[in-house]
Design a protein around this ligand. Structure first.
Ligand code: TRP
Ligand code: ZN
Length: 876
């Protein structure tokens, strides 16, 4: 940046001065350049009141303007203003046809925004502002246009040519080239445009919609991956059916295409009728894909499909409204996954992400409300806050309204705003209008950042039988927001009497939703004979931090008796956290530690219990992660956290060895692989038992892991065994297994990513040197985001003791990588910076080193907007 990048404010929003009703694009793809011709049919926007409106077309330095015509007349350079990234036209007629010819270079586009090449095929990524890297256009989501797209390319290298909508014409051209024309009848914002050209194969299926229309479903990939597409296809059909059943929404085009690409900045993209997916979110096959990845495929396929209504048919007015589509769509895909698998497990996993990563974001320098007021680079706002907290906010609306009124609200929203570009306010208004509920105070969730804290205390009067719950809410300051007003918070609770029975609350239900609206509120319950144990924040009914002075015995009581699955798991977590925090606070190297027997007792009870859901057993027995313990700490002591967690795991394993082995053997059954929830639960419990056992450092458990590795017919068991051995003390065996694994899977890029991640997350000393060596390995490709994530991001986020090495080597390493990536791929560079932005959480010496690393990036020369924004906010 030669000047400081500009801040964009929501308050400056103005309606577009011109509308573009139709857009006709022609692409000529060559190896050394691509020619784009664009014909825009425009007219004055009647809603724009300006006397002398200008038409601003956004472009990019990489887009070379060759010619510009209005209504067939070539414009002289004096007739328009070209600035760095805009082209401004004035004195336009009421209606016009604007025609531009441009040249771009997808073959050298490493940012992976706009049109670029992934492994020899052309593909696009236009959200949020990538379309302007393809051609000059009013690239903003409230300008919606119908598109007709012609693609011409070499027939042999690019037999498949795809764009949005329906194929309407095709033919041969000279010099071994061919062309096709696609037409998308639905007006859409430019960010939903897509183009793909390559040597692709596909699988095909069909789906008959509720109203009886047949839709062709096609999933494209490179030939070698054709055997990994069936699960995505099944997931797509399930998602289509679910959206009909639960939201009454059906698909609208006659064809739905998904394309898998290797080079992709994010997970996937919902382009109208032509989704483009990171291979990691669409390819699945038991031999090469872990359970976690199977579930990711199901969830992401559904997410992108659901966008067809929440995002495409009803889209965002401007990028401040991003959570309108992302929060709502994440809520929809979470409910879909809960319906397809285990509801409680899905909830426990999502809450884990909220509490470890989103709460950390909300407490850091990039904290923002789910509807931000300003940004420098919108790509920086595809965050856990917009997505996950946004989904929690929609979930709270669902909780407050109940399922029927929520559905009435979503029906009204989709009907009222079909074909429009709208705001989060329009969403809430529809929910209010349909339900008759007052959501005025609830709206604070949209414009206040930070995680609210609830402090709960209670009192029981045995004389009167009255039980009182007092709830105080507060919210810490966040950048630009010192003071907050009280939130409207749905707090779901239950009360459990000392015998373990749940007390009937309002309307005889075991769970009651309390409406918190004040900074302090008292809730009274009458007719109790004994003091109950409160079960609080059932189902994680709001994205808040809640404290209540539970004793360890009360937590064990809740683990055994709470009827709410989430709260049972949460009680186990709280017990482990409480015990571990005490050890962490007292930690001194080489000093022996003592584990509170109650954790052993509690875990033993869970291991011994008959008939417990295996998925829940494995969740309950999973110790809180180092990342979660760090998020909870005032000042993070990475070494103490790591040592304590290892100590607790080893101590539990020693005390429960027989039971763990027994459970391992019970769950280690030969069966055909299935990605269904109960089979996943079984493998998860089995591998959890193995992880405890191997921490005992006994040869026999090493042999057990090696045997599991050798006989595994699925990647879940294979990678679990490999990872446990690699992270263990058995170095020689680890080496041999890593070599074997690589030899077997070097042809499978996604499996190689597992191999890289396992090594990058190995907590043993010397990790940085190992990471640097991996980056020299032929399997590594510094231009491929999946490789960068597998090595660099995993090292920085999942190897805390090494990343936070006291000498600052981990920080300097990351800074160097960011400096490299800043030019090559700003979106990835900026995302990878996250660990350094959290410097305030660490002890002074580490803080100093982290700041120095940030400053070295700041001073490295020209920063992309993406990196500039994160660096400057982190150092502010
Ligand atoms: N809309 C996409 C989704 O959540 C997100 C996305 C895909 C994206 N690729 C991107 C966002 C590139 C910014 C940049 O489904
Ligand atoms: Zn999305």
């Amino acid at each position: 940046m030669s000047q400081e990048p500009k801040v964009i404010y929501l308050k400056d929003y103005q309606v577009p001065s011109y509308l573009i009703e139709a857009t006709e694009l022609r692409f000529e793809l060559f190896e050394q350049e691509t020619r784009v011709s664009a014909e825009l049919r425009g007219r004055r926007n009647p809603e724009c009141k300006s006397q002398a409106p200008e038409l601003v077309l956004f472009g990019h330095e990489e887009v070379e303007l060759l010619s510009l015509k209005i209504d067939g007349r070539t414009l002289a350079e004096s007739e328009y203003q070209q600035q760095a990234e805009t082209l401004t036209l004035s004195s336009l007629p009421e209606q016009f046809v604007l025609h531009s010819e441009t040249r771009i270079h997808p073959e050298s586009n490493t940012a992976l925004e706009g049109l670029y090449k992934s492994d020899g095929m052309f593909c696009t990524q236009c959200e949020a502002e990538g379309f302007r890297r393809i051609t000059f256009f009013p690239d903003r989501p409230d300008v919606m246009s119908v598109y007709r797209t012609t693609i011409e390319a070499d027939r042999d290298n690019y037999p498949v040519l795809l764009s949005n909508g329906n194929l309407v014409a095709s033919g041969e051209a000279e010099n071994g080239r061919h062309w096709v024309t696609w037409e998308d009848p639905f007006p859409k914002p430019s960010y939903l445009f897509a183009l793909v050209a390559g040597d692709l194969q596909y699988i095909e299926d069909s789906y008959t919609t509720l109203s009886g229309r047949d839709v062709r479903l096609l999933i494209y990939a490179e030939e070698k991956d054709l055997d990994k597409l069936d699960y995505a296809m099944q997931s797509l059909k399930k998602a289509m059916q679910w959206d009909e059943e639960v939201y009454g929404r059906e698909y609208d085009l006659d064809i739905y295409m998904i394309v898998a690409v290797d080079f992709f900045n994010m997970g996937a993209m919902e382009n109208k009728g032509l989704n483009i997916f990171n291979t990691s979110c669409v390819l699945a096959n038991p031999k090469t894909t872990t359970d976690a990845a199977f579930q990711r495929v199901e969830g992401v396929v559904a997410h992108e499909y659901f966008h067809n209504w929440s995002g495409n048919r009803v889209t965002c007015r401007d990028w401040f409204q991003l959570s309108l589509k992302e929060g709502f769509t994440v809520f929809r895909d979470a409910e879909f996954s809960a319906d397809m698998n285990s509801r409680t497990v899905k909830r426990v996993e999502d809450v884990g992400v909220m509490r470890t990563a989103q709460f950390a974001e909300d407490a850091g320098p990039m904290a923002h409300p789910i509807r931000p007021d300003s940004f420098i680079e919108i790509s920086n706002f595809y965050t856990l806050t917009i997505y996950e907290k946004g989904a929690e906010v929609v979930r709270m609306v669902h909780t407050l309204l109940g399922p029927e009124l929520f559905r009435k609200g979503s029906d009204l929203y989709f009907e009222r705003h079909d074909g429009q570009a709208v705001t989060t306010e329009d969403f809430i208004q529809a929910m209010e209008d349909a339900s008759g509920r007052d959501l005025s105070q609830f709206r604070a969730w949209y414009h206040q950042a930070g995680t609210p804290q609830l402090e709960v205390s209670d009192q029981f009067d045995p004389e009167s039988g009255e039980y009182q719950l007092t709830v105080r809410q507060s919210c810490p300051p966040t950048p630009g927001q010192e003071k907050k007003t009280a939130f409207h918070i749905p707090l779901a609770i239950g009360l459990i009497d000392p015998s373990g029975a749940e007390l009937p609350l309002a309307e005889g239900q075991g769970t009651q939703v309390l409406n918190l609206t004040e900074t302090e509120q008292v809730f009274c319950f009458t007719g109790l004979s004994q003091k109950p144990v409160p079960s609080l924040l059932r189902g994680f009914s709001a994205p808040v931090k809640l404290s209540y002075p539970y004793t360890r015995d009360e937590l064990m009581f809740l683990m055994a008796h709470d009827s709410d699955g989430f709260c049972r798991w949460d009680a186990a977590q709280k017990l482990a956290v409480d015990i571990m925090q005490e050890l962490i606070a007292a930690y001194k190297p080489d000093q022996t530690m003592q584990l509170d027997e109650r954790l052993i007792t509690a875990y033993r009870a869970v291991l011994e219990a008959e008939g417990l859901d295996q998925a829940m057993v494995s969740k309950v027995l999973s110790l809180p992660s180092e990342a979660y313990l760090s998020e909870l700490a005032e000042v993070v002591d990475v070494d103490a956290i790591h040592q304590v967690r290892n100590f607790v795991r080893r101590t539990l394993a020693a005390a429960l060895e027989t039971l763990l082995l027994q459970r391992y053997q019970e769950t280690d059954i030969a069966e055909e692989y299935s990605p269904e929830a109960d089979a996943i639960a079984r493998r998860s419990l089995k591998n959890l038992c193995l992880s405890y056992l191997i921490s005992l450092e006994k040869e026999e458990y090493l042999e057990l892991a090696k045997a599991q590795y050798a006989k595994a017919d699925n990647m879940t068991d294979m990678q679990a065994a490999l990872s446990l051995v690699v992270h263990s003390v058995f170095a020689a065996d680890a080496e041999a297994m890593l070599a074997d694994f690589y030899e077997r899977w070097s042809g499978e890029s996604l499996v190689v990513n597992l191999w890289l991640s396992i090594q990058a997350s190995d907590p043993k000393p010397g990790a940085l040197q190992r990471v640097e060596a991996l980056m020299q390995h032929p399997a590594f490709d510094a231009k491929n985001p999946n490789k960068l994530r597998s090595v660099i991001s995993v090292f920085c986020a999942q190897n805390p003791v090494n990343f936070h090495a006291a000498d600052g080597s981990g920080y300097r390493f990351l800074a160097q990588q960011i400096i490299q990536l800043n030019k090559q791929n700003p979106q990835i560079a900026s995302r990878m910076l996250t660990p350094l932005t959290r410097w305030k959480k660490f002890p002074q010496q580490r803080q100093k080193l982290m700041i120095e690393a940030l400053e070295s990036v700041r001073d490295c020369g020209e920063l992309s907007k993406d990196v500039f924004e994160v660096i400057s906010k982190s150092l502010a």
